[in-house]
Every structure is written in C-alpha cells, then in structure tokens.
Design a protein. Sequence first.
Lengths: 415, 367
Amino acid sequence: MKLRRQSFLLGAVLFGALLGGYGCKDKAESPSGGGSGDKPGTKTETTTESKGNSVTGDTIKIGEYGSMTGDNSTFGISTDRGIKLAIEEANAAGGIQGKKIELVSEDDASKAEQAKTVVQKLVSSDKVVAVIGEVASSRSMMAAPICQGAKVPMVSPSSTNPEVTRKGDYIFRVCFTDDFQAVVAAQFAFDQGFKNVAIFTDVKSDYSKAFGELFGKKFKSLGGKIASEPTYQSGDVDFKAQLATIKGSNPDAVLIPGYYTEVGTIARQAREVGVSIPLIGGDGWESDQLVPGAGTALEGCFFTNHYFVHDGTVEPHVQKFLDAFSKAYPGKKPGALDALGYDAARVIIEGLRKAKTLDSVALRDAIADTKDYQGISGKITLDKERNARKEALVLKIAGKEFKPFKTYKPEQVGL
Amino acid sequence: MQEFVQNLIYGVETGAIYALIALGYTMVYGVLRLINFAHGDVYMIGAFVGFFACTQWLPFKDLSQHPEAATLNVLLAIVTLFLAMLICALLGIVIERFAYRPLRNGFRNADAHFWGFVAALPLTAFVGAMTTTKRQGAFLAVGVIVGFALRPAMAYLSKKIKPSSSRLNALITAIGVSLVLENGGINVFGADPKFIPDILPKRQISLLGIEFDSSRVVILIVAAVLMATLRYIVLYTRPGKAMRAISHDIDAAKLMGINTDRVIAFTFALGASLAGAGGFMVAAFTNIKVVPLFGLQPGLKAFVAAVLGGAGNIPGAALGGLIMGVVESLVASKYPQWRDAVAFILLIVILLVRPAGLLGKNTAEKV
C-alpha cells in the first residue's frame, strides 16, 4: 500500500496536538504545587482586604463543593450524604437563632481547576458564611486561597495533606493529617513484623508522594528496610512490570498509598504476577468501589482510616448517627467520608451557635475555638495549625468487607 | 533472566491489544489516507458495551458467589464479545457516514432532510428542557416541525458546500469525532470509574517460574483468531479485494464499478469491530476501570504501532503492536516513568529513520 510522507507529518503534528491536550487534562486533575512551607495567610489571591460575608435574610447559607462526578465521585457523594444529614438535623431542631441553614452544593467534577471556579462562585455570588470541602487535598489546596482571601472559613472534611491548612488561618480540617497517618502506617507495618517493605507511589498525586516519603522515613527510623520504590501514574492500567520489580526485591509487604481507582487493579495484577504478600494503604482506599475493583485480590490487606462503624456496641451518639443515617439513606452504611462530612458540618453549625455575630469572620473565631467536640469520627479539638488531633484506625479487608483491626493514638507513634 | 522473560510475556499481551486497535487505524489509512483518531474511542465503547452487558443486559453471575455459573458465563461472554463487535461496527459505520463521508463527497441534496433534523436537535433539546415532563409529545412535535422547516435551508446549504479533498480537514474532523465521543461518554455514562465484576473463570498458570493468568492466554488466542480472520477477509473475499483496489487507486476503483462508499463503510466496520472486541476483552479480563477516556492512551499507542509497522500495512500493524507492547513492558520494569514517553520516542525515531514504517514500502509522492 502506498505511503505519503505529507500525511505522516500531518499526523505527527496532530497527534502532538492531541497529546498536548491530554497533558492539559491531566494537569487539571493533578495536584497543585504544595510542598512549599508557606506561612499561614501569605497565599491569598485577592489584593483588596475583604470583610467576609455576613448573613442576610432568613437563611444562613453554607457552601459545599465536592467531586459529585468524575474520577473520585464516590468521595463527593459520600461526604455530601453526611453534610446533608447534619444540616437537616440542625434545621429540624429549629436552626440557628430562628434562621434555617441552607446548603449550596457545587460539583467540581473531580477537577482542581473546577474546584477553584465553583468556590469562587460560592463565596462571591452566593455569599456563603462557610465552605465545606474537599476530600482530595489537591482540590482543597486550589480552593483554600479563595476562601482565605474572602475571609470565609473553609472546613475540609477529609483532606489529609499537611499543606492544606497551611494556606491560611481560615482553613480548617476535622481529620488527621498524612504526617500522622503515614507514621501510623509505618508503625503498624513494623508492629506486624514486616521488616522489608516496598513502596509503590503514584507520582501524580501529592497525597501519595507525601505519604510514601513520610512512611519511608518513619519505617527506616524504626529499623525497617525499604526493599524498592517503584512508581506509577494515576490513570495507568498496566502495573505488572513494576510489580515484577517489587517481586524481585523480595519484600514482606507493599505500601500502596494511592486512591481506590487504581488500587483494585494493582492488587489484581500483583496477585497475578505472584506477589502474594499483604498490601498496605491509606484512607485513599476508602470507597465502596474498592472491593468491586479488586475482587478477592485485597483479602487480608490493611489500610489506615479515620473512622469505622464497629459491629455490636457503639457509643450512644454514634448509634444516634447510625439510626438517623439509615433512616435518611435506606440500605446505605455510613463510611468514613460520610462521618467526616457530618462532623465537618457539625463543627460549622456548632460554630454558628457560639459565634458572637452571624458573619464569616466571627464564625472563623468560633470554629477555631472548637474543643473536645464529640464527633462521630472521634473527639475533635482543633489545634493551633487548625488540624484535628484524633486517633487513626487500621482496617483489615476480610470476606470483601472492612473490619477494624487496630487503633493508634497520636501519643503511641511519638507525636 | 526470569524477570526478563516474564516482562516479555506481559509485553506480548499488551501488544496484542495494541495490534487489534492498530489494525483499524491502518486499514482506514490504507483506503482513505485518513488517520481516524476516533478509533481509540470506539475501543472505549467496546469496553462500555462489555460493562453494561455484564452488569445489566445479560444474566451474568458473579463467580465469587456462584462458582457453578462458570460455563454459563463463558457462553454469555462469547455473546458479549460479538455484541461489542457488532455495536462498534455499527458505530464505525455511523462515524464514517456522518462525519467523513459528507466531507469526502460533499453534501448531497438527498441528505438535506436528515441534516435538517440534526440542526433541529439543539432547539428541540432546549424546548424539551423548558417544558415539563407532561408535555413531551408537544416538544417532539416541535422538533419534527422544525426539522421539516429546516429542509429547504439545508438543501440550499448543500449546494453551497463543496466536497473537500483536504487531508487536514479530515484529520481535524477525526479529532472532533474523538472529542464528541469522549465528552459525550462523560455525559451519558458519567466519569466515575466502573468495574466489570469477576465473571470469567481464571486460573493462575505457573510455567518455569513465570506466573501469568489464564485470561491473558485467552486474550492472545482471541486476538490471533480475529487477526487471522481479518487477513482472510482482506486477501480472499470480494470486499477484501475491493478494499485493496481502493487502497491502490480510489479513482480507478470507482471507474471499475466498485461502490467505493460501501467498501469504505465496510472497512470502518471491520476496524471498529476489532477495536470493540479488544475493549471488551481488556475490560472484562483485567478488570481495569472503565471510564470515557478509556481509549485515549491505548488509541495513541496503537496509532504509534500502526506507524511503526508501516501505516496501511496490515501485517505491519500487528508487528508494530507487538513491538510496542514488549518495548513498553521492558522499559516500565526498570524506568516506569518512561513507559509512555518511550512509545513516542519510538514514533519520532521511526519517522526520522524509516518514515514508511518497518514493513511499509516507500513510494514517491506525485505532485
């Protein structure tokens, strides 16, 4: 068959264009900068001093942004369930000073750029007094400077990258950070008797890279050894070559600090190439899509998480939450993200009750004062860095279900 | 050494899929000198057909709960394979008919009616969004009336629009179709990842210390059978002969009485069905996430494979696919971050050193 050079060149050029487009798409989803040790409050986007938003009219508007669609849609949907439940309960109990709370929800489609856009809309055109979001640290970091600049407190339910709350003094979170989670994972691996661990990180995710690094540091300081450190990129579909490298390095366990979207496939392929040792992960594994993606490949594996509903006896306030949840969402079981969404909303509602005036600046101060608040995912005290100091759970996957396995308090890992 | 052989085997598996997709690129290039960038997205549709067949359309059973259903599932999977091939073949024909053919032949008066309705679509969709669900009949009626009303306008336009022989136009159209399929997929299926459950029996095979899954062997065998069938069709059947004639000289073929439009549609159907089969097999056997951008990366890699083997050359595409798979696998075992880059480095090298591809013949361009 004939061949014409011209069309090839054309093809090559267009193909380059396509590739370029692909790169952009990825960039939009990939984490924003991070890693820099900015002082709180230095990274604001607005130049004019904002006075914050105050409540006007009969309703108090709270904004929510999350990944309701897109790659991590289960994250957004779970969190949203918890938030809505908390707000419905508060309204049923009479609202705040006779005013009802109105939730304005925005979808960021799992894209960092979009998170920025929708949060801008929430603070400037909806004039919300507080913002809840996001799960993924990359997206929280995109939106945080906007909330900081507009003087609207932002409470992240479950972004664990330490950088998130360093974006400014209006940024809070109700979960622990990777500084803690990764150290717990390392301590846990060591306690389980794994002395030689391979780390398999996603180079495209801030969360994964930081987790892997912190884990490695702690694990080595405990006396463990890192067998090998191959990498993958979220979106990859074939991990067998790297897994063969891991197999060749003969570890006792593999740490995969990634998101559920890839972990299932990695686990399947690991079993296929003959890596039958336990895999360890973090809260990025938490999703009801984890097991469908992995089949039976994750049986006997572990991951650190924020919260888990224990079977049997639970504390009364948790039981109350479980009852309300099953009534509101029949047939669903609340996961960690539901609970953290609920807690984030409750912290804001509690703040509104205590705030001297109903505006975002007074609300910030009230939220910052949160102390020993009994949340579903543990007692929440916000420290000077606006992070919650809580215990971490290690869950085991057995019989296609998550089972609580061990608990670590910050003191237990030297923090 | 053992690791090397193991990676070689993984490479052949990946390569077989690249080869299946590359065949579609190369056939279309052979007859039309068009790089059909939408081809990777046809592969994605194959995966989605597989997903819906496995979870909704067909009575598959999850093997981890019903191990006795293995035989039933295998039969259903064969049905699904053909279903995916059929739907993708139809999609290929539709793409050719509505995106590439008007560009090649120009608008014909006879098409005016159809395009009238296409032009009426956004309007009816808008009316539909405005009216309540109770008045769906009304908004359908509006659509039909507008469609008829637009007919003369379209007939007028059809006289104005001349056929375009520009390759650039065709290529840009191909990219447009690709974007429509990807973003349309996000709209229709949602961007959240979907997983095909465990429906096929798998067995771990351990051979001389090399571990692989039986499903990989199935992928290889099915791919080989499909490629052999394709070779038979192209070399020994009348439509195949017509395809080769068109590839040789489309104008002469037309003069000899070959219905070129029909043969081109057939070529698209053939290529698309192979991609569909590949999409389903990958999604079902490896259980990777099925998303609307499922075909983007494999599509680009397969394009490189087609160029590597010699665009327009069918055995070349198969060879190119295998080489790509193996090279990628070997590189990824040592330098995983270079996995994607190496494919495109390969493309640049082949364009510089042997632009006709490994098996392609270099012919002079007539100006």
